[in-house]
Write a protein that binds this ligand. Sequence first.
Ligand SMILES: [Zn+2]
Length: 236
Amino acid sequence: MKNITNLWEIQNLEENKGKIQRQIKSIPEYRELKELKTEIEAGQKEVHALKRELELVKKSIRCEEDALAVFKEKIEKASEELYGGQNSSAKELETAEKNVAKLRQQCITVEEKILVIMEKADYQEKKIEKMISALEERKNAFKSLNSRYKITKEDLHNTLTEITSRLDVLKGKVPPEALEMYQKLCSKFKDGKGIAALRGGICSGCNMSVSFDILKKVKNRGDVKCDNCGRLLIMK
Ligand SMILES: [Zn+2]
């Protein structure tokens, strides 16, 4: 069969094509990229939540500072009254003094509270900063991995395009009925290969020795099938 050389080439190219297609689907970087993406998205969500929490903490600091200002104003007013000579009796004076002392105590309590909240805000701010810089690192890792992935993918696609166009050329050289016969034959085998190489009298499809008669026919470029597996044989 004179088309056997082309068909053999077609079979090899189709095998390569399948390999490349599988490689495209399982580029190692792809999985890593997906994992990194999930990690980055989760980190971004966490930073967002922490920032919102920090805003609330800062808001509570402002509230306490307002309260402090009110107390300070009250102290000022009470002190003015106390030392302004408005309290005529000793008892009134004592009450006014106690009032000022109480207000001062309240002031201290609020100031202490503010300090605690400020420490908390400080801690949260540092945590956010750390998380943001860790996220930046992950993003950079994603970028370089992604460019590597793109290059690998592009290379594989280019190879695939090349194989496909070579296949088109070869298929154009084979008469349609021969191509149809070849495809029918291929569909009969699990590995999809209808043509086997004959090397040293052994069929590459089933690894069995063929008879001398078959060997002779293949040598004479005859259209011969392996008497064991039924694949078309090509001398190699
Ligand atoms: Zn065979």
